[in-house]
Structures are given as structure tokens and as C-alpha cells.
Design a protein around this ligand. Structure first.
Ligand SMILES: [Fe+2]
Length: 393
């Protein structure tokens, strides 16, 4: 819904910055009604809360050890769960001694670090840092690492994954045509010699929350010689997804949305560096406003040249607490133009998510401070110590 109402003291555009705190309130994720508040204080920093799970919280996934890191038959470590959603991390140091099939969830597998061969029934893919691959429910695959320094973040969703551009075409048309989906790598089968196909193969099946097995007298991943149909498996890379912005500053999702559910129960955003605005303050700014909405938000730091120690940090912004924004007056970066390696993933969903007990072991000590040192602050070019001045107790 466009902005049609204006009440009280509104002295600049919602994209700007001045002495007030900006907070964007939205309903139905970013698909419903909204209001932009100009306020004195930051609602993201309560003085106290009755339960820790009400607060946004960060996890350093580098400190977590999934069992598949040391046991080839181990499993990824589940970080977050909710109704129809499961977010996990894998750190596989040896090839899967089985093929795998997830009957519970469609997957977006994001390759944060390391290189793998990912065999699927549609054919093999070579994947590396920044790649993300969709694997639908029930399709068999096998992941083979090429080294031991790797991390794969796995978004599991019960609802089918569809292209955000396709889904939103009728509403935003070419404005959503910013991702070159022709660059999606769709695998083709390799015809393997039959003596390498006719080997007994265990398929580990995730079904009803359990890991079960099925054994075949052949390798079902290498058995397919051809296929026709839709690109049900495809690979894109985050650095090929342009960051969208405006002359005045931040634009909220669904800019950056690559995948979503038809019922809008989740959407998956890739957020690279936004364009630098050319409207000075107070009507222009660089950085997002604070935000309150009715979708849970998962964030993952893939790359930060300003704060590389935060790569691999995972944040949950629950619906129970607004999360802060951080803005500064716009400025032009020095020429020549160069690639800025700052990139986050964002997954928003209607399901209420909770960190697992395993993930809680690497909680950041003080989330109200860590959200600036791990998540904002230096990520958008503001010194973390300056950013911390926004923490009010
Ligand atoms: Fe948000």
C-alpha cells in the first residue's frame, strides 16, 4: 500500500537521517501495510526483558561443530527450528558414505566456505563460496568436499521454493528483473559406466524428523542418463545478485529477494552492497532504519571486508523485539570503483523460530552490543564504538 497518510512532525523523507531514530513498522512481512516512525528513542534497546528469547540474538557458527565434521556419517547441526522451517550448518570433512534424500524439507544449500562436488539425480554441480543451490524435497544427492575448510548453511522449508522474480512479476514486472536467471547453472546427467552404477548404495532419508535409510542395488544418483522438465535443481552465486537501492537511500525487501514461497510464508534475500545515494542528509542516508514486523528474520554474514571476524555469524531477529537500524549521511566512496566484499543472506518467515540448545552454546554474550559489532557498525562503515552509542540502558 502506498503512503497516503501523514501525521505529526515529519520533517524529512523516510530515507533520510537527522537527530531522530527511524523505525519501519510493517505488517505481513514486507507485503502488507506499513508506517515509518520518527521517534526520540530506540525501541530496539529495552532496559530489561522477562525472557532472553524475546531479544535478537547472534551465534558464531564458526565455533559450532556439527557431527558431520568428524564423522562422515554424522549430520549437520540444526541452528534454528520452527513450523515448516529448519536452518542447519554442515562442516563435512569427508565424502558422504551414502546418498541423501530430504523428504521433510525443500532446501537452499548455501556454500559459505569450501568447494564441493554436489551430485544430484539431475546431474552434478561443482560448487564453491557464494554459490547457492535449490534441491527440492525428495531428490537424491551426494555432497563430496574437496577440502576440510568448509561450511554449508542449509535452509530447509516445507513449502516449495519458487523464483521471487516469477512470483512477483505481475506486481513489480521488470523492476524485479534484476537477477539474470539465465546465469543459473542447471545440471545435466553424466552417463556413468554401468559397472560404477551397479554398486550397492545406501540412501539416508530424512523423514518425519528422523534419519532413516534405504538400500538400493545401484547408485540412484548416478543412474539417471537424461531428464526433461523444469530446472528443479539450479545454482546461482550471491555475487551475481545486484544490490538494489535508491538515490535517497535504503529500500526494504523484497528488493534482494531471490526465492520465496507462493504463499509468502518465507522469502530468501541476497543483500550485497547497496548503491551509494546522491541525496545529501537530511533526506538521504546510507543504512537501514530500525524495523518491527510479524516475520521472523534470520541473517547470515557471508563476507565482510570491514569486519572479517564476523563472517559466519548468524542472527535471529524475532518478532518479539524491534531490531535497530543504523544510518549515516551519504558520501561517495573514493574512485576508482571497486568491488566491496560485504554480503549478507536474509531469510524471513512467518514461522516463529527458536535457536536449538546446540546453537545456544555459541550465543554472543551481549546481543544489544553485539548487534553493532557483529551485524551493523563496521559493516556499513560506522566505527563499532560509535555505533555502540545507540545502545541505551
Ligand atoms: Fe528487519
Amino acid at each position: 500500500m502506498p503512503s497516503t497518510e501523514r501525521r505529526g512532525r515529519v520533517e524529512r523523507l523516510p530515507q533520510g537521517v537527522d537527530g531522530l531514530v527511524d523505525e519501519l513498522y510493517t505488517i505481513k512481512g514486507f507485503f502488507g501495510q506499513w508506517a515509518h516512525f520518527y521517534r526520540h528513542h530506540n525501541l530496539s534497546h529495552p532496559k530489561s526483558v522477562s525472557a532472553d528469547y524475546m531479544m535478537y540474538q547472534g551465534v558464531d557458527s564458526n565455533a559450532l561443530q556439527p557431527t558431520d565434521a568428524t564423522d562422515p556419517a554424522g549430520t549437520p547441526l540444526t541452528l534454528l527450528t520452527g513450523d515448516g522451517v529448519e536452518v542447519s550448518i554442515s562442516h563435512r570433512s569427508a565424502p558422504m558414505p551414502f546418498a541423501e534424500r530430504n523428504q521433510d524439507f525443500h532446501q537452499i544449500r548455501f556454500y559459505h566456505r569450501g568447494e564441493f562436488t554436489l551430485e544430484t539425480e539431475c546431474g552434478p554441480l561443482e560448487v564453491g563460496p557464494g554459490d547457492f543451490v535449490t534441491i527440492p524435497k525428495g531428490l537424491i544427492y551426494r555432497e563430496t568436499p574437496k577440502g576440510t575448510d568448509n561450511r554449508v548453511l542449509i535452509f530447509g522449508v516445507a513449502e516449495p521454493i519458487v523464483s521471487a522474480m516469477d512470483e512477483m512479476w505481475d506486481t513489480v514486472g521488470f523492476a524485479g528483473h534484476f537477477i539474470d536467471e539465465s546465469g543459473m547453472v542447471v545440471p545435466a546427467p553424466i552417463e556413468h559406466p554401468l559397472d560404477t552404477v551397479n554398486v550397492e548404495t545406501t540412501v539416508r532419508v530424512k523423514y518425519c524428523g528422523n534419519w532413516e535409510t534405504m538400500v538400493y542395488p545401484f547408485d540412484p544418483v548416478r543412474d539417471v542418463v537424461g531428464w526433461v522438465g523444469d530446472p528443479i535443481v539450479g545454482k546461482l552465486n550471491v555475487w551475481d545478485i545486484p544490490g538494489l537501492g535508491s538515490s535517497h537511500g535504503f529500500m526494504p525487501p523484497p528488493t534482494g529477494a531471490v526465492f520465496m514461497a507462493k504463499d509468502k510464508s518465507f522469502f530468501f534475500n541476497v543483500l550485497s552492497v547497496k548503491p551509494f545515494p546522491n541525496e545529501p542528509a537530511p533526506n538521504g542516508s546510507y543504512g537501514p532504519p530500525g524495523h518491527q514486523n510479524d516475520y521472523e528474520e534470520v541473517w547470515f554474514n557471508h563476507a565482510s571486508e570491514n569486519a572479517p571476524d564476523t563472517d559466519g555469524h548468524v542472527w535471529l531477529m524475532p518478532t518479539s523485539c524491534p531490531h535497530p537500524g543504523l544510518r549515516r549521511p551519504p558520501e561517495y566512496p573514493p574512485n576508482p570503483v571497486r568491488k566491496i566484499r560485504e554480503l549478507k543472506l536474509n531469510f524471513d518467515c512467518t514461522a516463529i523460530l527458536k535457536f536449538t540448545d546446540e546453537a545456544k552454546k555459541s550465543f554472543m554474550a551481549n546481543p544489544q552490543e553485539a548487534i553493532y559489532t557483529s551485524f551493523y557498525g563496521s559493516h556499513i562503515g560506522i566505527d563499532p564504538t560509535d555505533a555502540l552509542q545507540h545502545v541505551k540502558h
